[in-house]
Design a protein around this ligand. Sequence first.
Ligand SMILES: C[C@H](O)[C@H](O)[C@H]1CNC2=NC(N)=NC(=O)C2=N1
Length: 98
Amino acid sequence: MMTKTIGADAAVLALKGWTKGEGERDEITRTFRFDDFKQAFAFMSAVALKAEQMDHHPEWSNVYNRVEVVLTTHDADGVTTRDLELAGFMDAMAAKFR
Ligand SMILES: C[C@H](O)[C@H](O)[C@H]1CNC2=NC(N)=NC(=O)C2=N1
């Protein structure tokens, strides 16, 4: 699969609900909220399988019904098309719970 570095600014324009990370790194972030822990963990399980398939892994944390996600591509030192793809998958998956 081809990977292109696009940067956080272009990525947040292409997505909905994602913002540029606050940190030093070029990264995008989104907080997903669900009804409860069960939904949050089901979301994480589905995303984990996709991440493994892609060999592209999120930085994330979970507290009860909330999942905070940071995406960047370490190998490219910035946000790439792989982050866009994983972000889009997360958005589509989260939408199933609403
Ligand atoms: C060796 C392995 O393929 C790399 O470390 C992969 C794994 N998952 C990854 N995930 C993310 N988010 N960025 C990467 O650069 C990355 N690289």
